[in-house]
Every structure is written in structure tokens, then in C-alpha cells.
Design a protein around this ligand. Structure first.
Ligand code: ADP
Ligand code: MG
Length: 265
């Protein structure tokens, strides 16, 4: 901790806070996630997993890991600072003004590239939502918050209790089926919908009704500004049966992109 100067708090979470800090030796700015370590060994091991998994991911669309260390009952994860805030904040800033389709697609493809990178390494993110997607001033989009991520070989218990309303949790989870790579795709589909409609695909006044809508409710069409191709893509990603959703690799292959992009043939 002596190597860094803390400037201010930039985010809060279930675990503690995210700090903006400069490294004294290089004068570089980083985001520093401060996680309170609980007494139990298994909890501590669980927190360390986030750092271990993030450290393994190196991709322009994944928040870059610098280092992690433990001090005074806390785990610190030092990572690249994304100065454009998170996607939830960005969507709110629009105050109802729709994003152009090419902006939506540009961001969406960047998130897909990040998701494809982790899936190829058999890692599931399990908490893909606009609040965990970060932006930089030069238009880069990065997937962050690996606090719920798991390697596929480990038991698939949905370990972390959800904070906030679980808008992005796929139907199979409510039906007690295992989480798989297509579950991340559902959540990615929810982000795509949110980028277009500036609201969640499923909304309700109670948890029970929200879960009912996620599992069987209608998916309202996107605003008319968006192409029917994009409309189709959202529907594919929000298929109730995970088998029918495209994988990240499929989404990115050129033949598939022809289906959902109006700008390539
Ligand atoms: P949690 O596990 O509580 O969701 P996150 O890792 O998502 O924690 O961080 C919480 C918030 O802190 C984010 O929603 C974002 O606003 C901010 N934040 C986290 N990491 C960064 C980063 N690398 N750059 C900029 N802001 C960040
Ligand atoms: Mg988060």
C-alpha cells in the first residue's frame, strides 16, 4: 500500500470500495479494488480467486490487471483505470436520447471480443451487466469485475449472492440448471437490449414478477430506430433455451455478423 497514493473513491460494491490511486514510482494512475477479507479461510480463498482469474486475462477488451497484494485485512487488486466510467452511468447520461446503431454495435463487438477471450480460456464471468463494463475516453470498452467469475472445471455453485435486482440472470438459473457459457450470452443480450432501449429487457415491481418475466414474459421490440437485423440478434441472444443462443465465437464469425450487421455483406 506504501507504493500508492490514494486520490479518491470511484466506486462502491458489496465487498468494499474501488479507489483511484497513483503509483508513487511511475506516477501512473490505477483503479484499486479494496476487498475486506473476512475471517474464514474459504472466504479469503474466494476473494483471491478474483485476482487470480483477472491476472490470467490479457486482452484489450478486459480490464488489465497490474498486481494484487494483501495489507491490513484487505485484498487490493490494482488494475487499469477506465476513465469513462461504467456503461450504466453512460446509459443514464443519455437521458433517453437513443445511441446511433453504429455506436451500439461498436461497443457490443468490443464486449463480445472480451467475452470470447474468457470463454476460450474456459472462464465464465457470471456477472455480465452494464455496471461491470467500463469505458475509456478514447472509446474502448472493457469487461471488468471478475468477482463472480469461475473456471469451468470448478464446481458450478452460484456462490455469490446477488446485490441489487437480478435483471441479467438467465432463465436456466431460476430453473436451477447449471450456469454455462450461454448464460453469459443471455446477460450480454440484456446489455445489447439496454444499449438500444436504454432500459432493461425485463422489468417488474417485485422479484417474483421479474423472474416470471425473465422465464416466460414477452420481449418488447427495440425502438424503431434500430434495424430488423439488430432486432433479430437480440431475440437470438435472449432465447430461453441456452442451446439456441449463439456462442461468443459464433457471434464474431464473419458469416454470422452478416446476419446482424447492416454494414457488411
Ligand atoms: P463489485 O464487485 O462490487 O460490483 P466492481 O469491480 O464492479 O465491484 O467495481 C464497482 C464500481 O467501481 C464499478 O461499477 C465502477 O463504477 C467502478 N470501477 C471498478 N473498476 C474500475 C476501473 N478499472 N476503472 C474505473 N472504474 C472502476
Ligand atoms: Mg460490479
Amino acid at each position: 500500500m506504501d507504493n500508492y497514493t490514494v486520490l479518491r473513491v470511484i466506486g462502491h460494491g458489496s465487498f468494499g470500495s474501488v479507489l483511484l490511486a497513483t503509483e508513487k514510482s511511475s506516477n501512473q494512475t490505477f483503479a484499486m479494488k479494496e476487498i475486506r477479507l473476512l475471517k474464514s479461510f474459504s472466504d479469503v480463498q474466494n476473494c483471491r480467486k478474483e485476482a487470480v482469474l483477472l491476472a490470467k486475462m490479457k486482452h484489450p477488451n478486459i480490464v488489465a490487471f497490474k498486481e494484487s497484494f494483501e495489507a491490513e485485512g484487505h485484498l487490493y487488486i490494482v488494475m487499469e483505470y477506465c476513465d469513462g466510467g461504467d456503461l450504466t452511468q453512460r446509459i443514464k447520461q443519455q437521458k433517453g436520447k437513443l445511441f446511433p446503431e453504429d455506436t451500439v454495435l461498436n461497443w457490443f463487438i468490443q464486449i463480445c471480443l472480451g467475452v470470447n477471450h474468457i470463454h476460450k480460456r474456459r472462464v465464465l464471468h457470471r456477472d455480465i451487466k452494464s455496471k461491470n463494463v467500463f469505458l475509456t475516453h478514447d472509446g474502448k470498452v472493457k469487461l471488468g469485475d471478475f468477482g463472480s467469475a469461475r473456471l469451468l472445471s470448478s464446481p458450478m455453485a452460484f456462490a455469490r449472492t446477488y446485490v441489487g435486482t437480478p435483471y441479467y440472470v438467465p432463465p436456466e438459473i431460476w430453473e436451477n440448471l447449471p450456469y454455462n457459457n450461454k448464460s453469459d450470452i443471455w446477460s450480454l443480450g440484456c446489455i445489447l437490449y439496454e444499449l438500444c432501449a436504454l432500459k432493461h429487457p425485463f422489468q417488474a415491481n417485485s422479484w417474483k414478477n421479474l423472474i416470471l418475466k425473465i422465464c416466460q414474459g414477452p420481449i418488447h421490440p427495440l425502438p424503431a430506430l434500430y434495424s430488423s437485423k439488430l432486432q433479430c440478434l437480440v431475440k437470438q441472444m435472449l432465447k430461453r433455451n441456452p442451446v439456441h443462443r449463439p456462442s461468443a465465437t459464433t457471434l464474431l464469425c464473419r458469416d454470422h455478423q452478416r446476419i446482424w450487421r447492416t454494414d457488411i455483406r
